[in-house]
Design a binder for this molecule. Structure first.
Ligand code: NAD
Length: 365
């Protein structure tokens, strides 16, 4: 039997509550498919501070190194305590620390609008009611955010500031392959976002992506200017499957796509390294305002686990079973507070997990 080792880092706030539901769901998948998940729990964020006086202890890194993937909850404390030693810098230390330690250079951000939650979208109803399902693949460690030189020069009216947009062939090839591989496991289309009509870096980006596209004749490839892409997202989001972006365009478009779903708390995300290693986490934070009340929506965490199965473990069918179960529970009208709708069935964190497990275990899942 296949054994997969998962580093489980629940973190702070609602992290432990929603993580418990994701593990319930993974347990259900485990008995349906021929796989064994080995969970190794580790502390991160404020939860690690009390024992270790650091947000990312070496013990946690060791567990992550010995695992096939990291399932991450969320970190962060209450707003009024932000300036205490325990909480200061917790996100940067935990998340950027993990990104750096594991070379997580690609950010995968799905934006899925379920037709049953179309009411939450800011899009016109004839567009939103069809739903959409997009993955933004964003390069995370290069481009204009990190290019050198950057700085300020001169003074008075001649004072100026500058950044450098730079991508190497190797960087573009690597992120393009992530997008094409992802598309192969989805609906088989990559839209590469650039600004090749203006920027030299983006002419090069398009050229290199076209070279990689030839390696994937089974995947449809289309280049699109970023300004058009921002507009097409609002007019016809259904045309997109995987959107391949550099760091800055990906930053902006992934937020736009997520906002169009109207329910950030439903969205998972992943940061991945070369090979199959990745870290999977909900798009939202630790929600200290509702922590400990049993009302948090566990779906983003559960879908993060599904993403881990699809991407790191190549268990596409198991991922689909989870995603379908979530969709069916939503279609049945079960709602946590964040996706509340008149006439919905009021559902707590643990019940939402149970309902999803029920669907996974039902005969026609
Ligand atoms: P947040 O995402 O935690 O919460 C924003 C709002 O969304 C809150 O009203 C919260 O109750 C709600 N919400 C979030 N997730 C939800 C869920 N699963 N179910 C129901 N409602 C949900 O963002 P914030 O309030 O700006 O930040 C709170 C803390 O989280 C801060 O300390 C911040 O630094 C941290 N944070 C961590 C991460 C991370 O760990 N990746 C990301 C963002 C923010």
């Amino acid at each position: 039997m296949d054994v997969k080792k998962i580093a489980v880092l629940p973190g702070d706030g609602i992290g432990p509550e929603v993580m418990q539901e994701a593990l319930k769901v993974l347990d259900a998948v485990q008995s349906k498919f021929n796989v064994k998940f080995e969970y190794k729990h580790a502390l991160v964020g404020g939860a690690a501070w009390d024992d270790y006086q650091t947000h990312l202890p070496e013990d946690t890194l060791k567990i992550c190194r010995e695992s096939d993937a990291i399932l991450f909850g969320s970190v962060g404390g209450p707003v009024r305590e932000q300036d205490t030693d325990k909480w200061r810098g917790v996100e940067v230390n935990s998340l950027l620390g993990l990104r750096k330690a594991f070379g997580l250079y690609a950010n995968l951000r799905p934006a899925k609008l379920y037709s049953s939650l179309a009411f939450a979208s800011p899009l016109r109803s004839d567009i939103s009611e069809k739903g959409f399902d997009i993955w933004v693949v964003r390069e995370l460690t290069g481009g204009i955010y990190f290019g050198k030189p950057k700085g300020r020069t001169g003074d008075g009216e001649t004072e100026a500031a500058f950044d450098t947009m730079i991508y190497s062939r190797a960087e573009i090839k690597r992120i393009a392959r992530v997008a094409f591989e992802a598309a192969r496991k989805r609906r088989g289309k990559v839209t590469s976002i650039d600004k090749a009509n203006v920027l030299t870096t983006m002419v090069f980006w398009r050229q290199v992506v076209e070279e990689i596209a030839k390696e994937y004749p089974d995947v449809e490839y289309e280049p699109m200017y970023v300004d058009n892409a921002a507009m097409q997202l609002t007019k016809n989001p259904q045309q997109f499957d995987v959107m391949l972006c550099g760091n800055m365009f990906g930053d902006i478009l992934s937020d736009e796509a997520a906002a169009l779903t109207g329910s950030l708390g439903m969205l998972p995300s992943a940061s991945i390294a070369d090979g199959s290693f990745g870290m999977y986490e909900p798009g939202g934070g630790s929600a200290p305002d509702i922590a400990g009340q049993g009302v948090a929506n566990p779906i983003a965490q559960i879908l993060s686990a599904a993403m881990m199965l699809r991407y790191s473990f190549d268990m596409v069918e198991a991922a689909e079973v989870i995603e379908t179960a979530v969709e069916r529970v939503l279609n049945d009208g079960y709602r946590t507070g964040d996706i509340w709708q008149e006439g919905g069935k009021n559902t707590g964190t643990s019940e939402m997990g149970d309902r999803i497990v029920e669907k996974i275990e039902s005969k026609n899942s």
